[in-house]
Design a protein around this ligand. Structure first.
Ligand SMILES: Nc1nc2c(ncn2[C@@H]2O[C@H](COP(=O)(O)OP(=O)(O)OP(=O)(O)O)[C@@H](O)[C@H]2O)c(=O)[nH]1
Ligand SMILES: [Mg+2]
Length: 308
């Protein structure tokens, strides 16, 4: 079930972020930048979905790094479907506050768009309301001297479709700086210097999770992202994305739509039958406004109550 979680609660309970997207787009690196704890998520690729938490930019954040999606456009293999739903499960019963769809700031093709659409459908169409595009490789963009607005504006219809689906919510990350620091440092060293000397107290006060020995610039992109997530949550009235809740709503909608279609179909058939068989009424005969008629529908005999 979905749950109410106003901004106050979000701050105290923490934020749950689900990272999804095609393979090698920078999901794990983004998770590492977000948590600021070194190489928590493996950036060698190919791993299964993983979750980790930390206090970052003053917030308790849980990140689920989903396994990279395949590129098939027409259907999603069963194994991939299970993995997608498994990643969502890692967010717990309440679901994530935000789904970050991770793509690099490169050309975005129609094939990539279709493959992403197929996979997002697994979460039901409601997921888009909780989704933000997280562009990685911000350093490349900077290197080309472009702003993200220029990148979006000059993008093709596929990118515009995606942006539109997410109501143009987006953010840019440069994971490179963080990666270089991690690769040079080595995991062991990083863990022993979890926080700087002066930050030790702050780390303890945060339950030993505070990792922010990062430079201001590195933290700034995280802080900005979290603030955009807060804005999105407010827009959504504080609701998490919960598949169970939306599945039920969607099932109900489908059920009602089927009922409506059947009724319209039946009325259309009856109208046809009525036109063929209706004979002029003899003078003075009374007929009931309601009749129970039999007619053939979908190869079967159906009985429908007509009249109002
Ligand atoms: N220059 C640059 N490289 C990046 C950035 N983000 C990620 N990378 C690099 O891109 C490669 C893939 O990054 P990952 O974080 O492993 O990507 P992923 O989406 O988790 O990959 P899979 O788990 O295989 O799907 C790595 O070599 C990263 O160092 C970025 O912002 N800038
Ligand atoms: Mg990865």
């Amino acid at each position: 079930m979905g749950s109410w979680n106003g901004p106050g609660n979000v701050a105290s309970k923490g934020l749950k972020i689900l990272l999804v997207g095609p393979k090698r787009t920078g999901k794990s690196s983004t998770g590492n930048t977000l948590l600021g704890r070194g190489l928590v998520f493996d950036i060698r690729g190919g791993g299964t979905s993983t979750a980790a938490s930390s206090v970052t930019a003053g917030r308790y954040v849980t990140v689920v790094d989903a396994r990279g999606w395949g590129s098939s456009e027409e259907f999603v293999p069963q194994e991939e479907k299970l993995e997608v739903l498994g990643a969502l499960d890692l967010c717990g019963p309440e679901g994530p506050h935000v789904v970050l769809l991770v793509i690099p700031v490169l050309d975005f093709t129609e094939q990539e768009r279709r493959a992403i659409e197929r996979r997002m459908e697994l979460f039901t169409s409601a997921v888009w309301r909780h989704t933000m595009v997280l562009f990685t490789f911000g350093d490349w963009l900077r290197g080309r001297g472009h702003s993200i607005q220029e990148h979006i504006q000059s993008g093709g219809p596929a990118l515009h479709w995606l942006m539109n689906k997410c109501r143009y919510r987006h953010h840019v990350f440069d994971n490179k700086q963080e990666n270089r620091k991690q690769e040079n440092g080595g995991r062991k060293k990083r863990e022993s210097t979890w926080w700087r000397k002066g930050d030790k107290k702050a780390g303890k006060e945060n339950g030993g999770h505070e990792a922010d020995g990062r430079k201001e610039g590195e933290q700034e992109q995280v802080r900005d992202l979290l603030s955009k997530v807060e804005d999105m949550l407010q827009e959504n009235g504080g609701w998490h994305f919960s598949l169970h809740m939306y599945q039920r709503v969607e099932e109900e909608w489908n059920h009602r739509e089927q009922q409506l279609r059947a009724r319209l179909e039946a009325e259309r058939e009856l109208w046809k039958v009525g036109r063929v068989r209706r004979k002029p009424k003899p003078e003075g005969t009374k007929t009931s406004a309601k009749k129970n008629r039999k007619f053939a529908w979908g190869g079967r005999k159906a009985s429908v109550w007509i009249g109002r």
